[in-house]
Design a protein around this ligand. Structure first.
Ligand code: ATP
Ligand code: MG
Length: 268
């Protein structure tokens, strides 16, 4: 089977917009659709790690790989769910911003670390959960990626936040990673049908066109409860509104980002 691994960074410098929730549930929904997925948790808060039911463990993260102390294969952990794997985060990653800032290869360090896994074709998608800042970890994640998926909330000044991150994408495209694409924009925590929500979504669609996913994720209490149980909501309560929305989004994502080119393997 021909499979071309896609590396997707889920990024937004703004905190609390639903990045990690989107990483966990997109990855889970894709894995349930028989896609082989590797989540890389690059946030020292390790919320993606915990949300996927794993504990933090010293020495099990991308950090020792970036230091050249471990091969990447040694830090890839299976989860309880088939096709769903994770490189966890640990508190040491918090030092990366400072420590790696002076490295000459700092922009390419994540790309180089992921290269053997990407070229092995073992995964359809490698999904990077970025920390909420425009620092070196996020920048080198964008350098390592084929596409950036931006979760945002439909709020006042949403366009300003988008301008910041799309500016970063442009700069990285113009310098170190010409193939970086804006994968898309996904609205998260959408609050019913308020006028402001509708206006913001319309404004962003007018500007970014079909880069904005048709699916939107509603605010749903089951989504916010799931992390404390270490079970993604798409597995915990697959019929909840939040889970249904993430599954529909994953379906749209898969259609837009095919990774398999053998007709016999391409379908469900
Ligand atoms: N659709 C949703 N419905 C209800 N609560 C949600 C939803 N999506 C995310 N949340 C909650 O909002 C909070 C922030 O979400 P999340 O951690 O995914 O954001 P983040 O962008 O990764 O944050 P950070 O910038 O700190 O990494 C969490 O408590 C999460 O459970
Ligand atoms: Mg997060």
């Amino acid at each position: 089977m021909a499979r071309k691994t896609k590396v997707i960074a889920i990024a937004n410098q703004k905190g609390g917009v639903g990045k990690t929730t989107t990483v966990v549930n997109l990855a889970s929904a894709l894995s349930a659709r028989h896609r082989a997925v590797l989540v890389v948790d690059l946030d020292p808060q390790a919320h993606a790690t915990l949300g996927l039911g794993l504990e933090k463990q010293p020495g099990i993260s991308l950090y020792p790989v970036l230091l050249g102390e471990k091969p990447i294969e040694d830090v890839i952990q299976p989860t309880k769910w088939t096709n769903l794997n994770v490189i966890p985060s640990e508190v040491d990653l918090a030092g990366a911003e400072l420590e790696f800032g002076i490295r000459e290869d700092r922009l390419e360090m994540i790309r180089n670390a992921l290269a053997p896994v990407k070229s092995s074709g073992a995964f359809d998608y490698i999904i990077l959960d970025c920390p909420p800042s425009l620092g070196i970890v996020m920048t080198s994640s964008l350098v390592a990626s084929d596409g950036v998926l931006i979760p945002i909330q439909a709020e006042f000044l949403a366009m300003d936040g988008l301008a910041l991150i799309t500016g970063s994408i442009e700069r990285i495209r113009a310098s170190v990673n010409p193939s970086l694409e804006l994968n898309g924009i996904i609205f998260t925590m959408v609050n019913s049908q308020t006028r402001l929500t509708q206006d913001v979504i319309a404004e962003v669609r007018a500007h970014f066109g079909d880069k904005v996913y048709e699916s939107t994720i509603p605010r749903n209490v089951r989504v916010s409860e799931a992390p404390s149980m270490g079970v993604p909501v798409v597995f915990l309560d697959p019929r909840s509104r939040g889970a249904e929305a993430y599954k529909a989004f994953a379906w749209e994502f898969m259609a837009k980002n095919p990774t398999r080119f053998d007709a016999a393997e391409g379908g469900e």
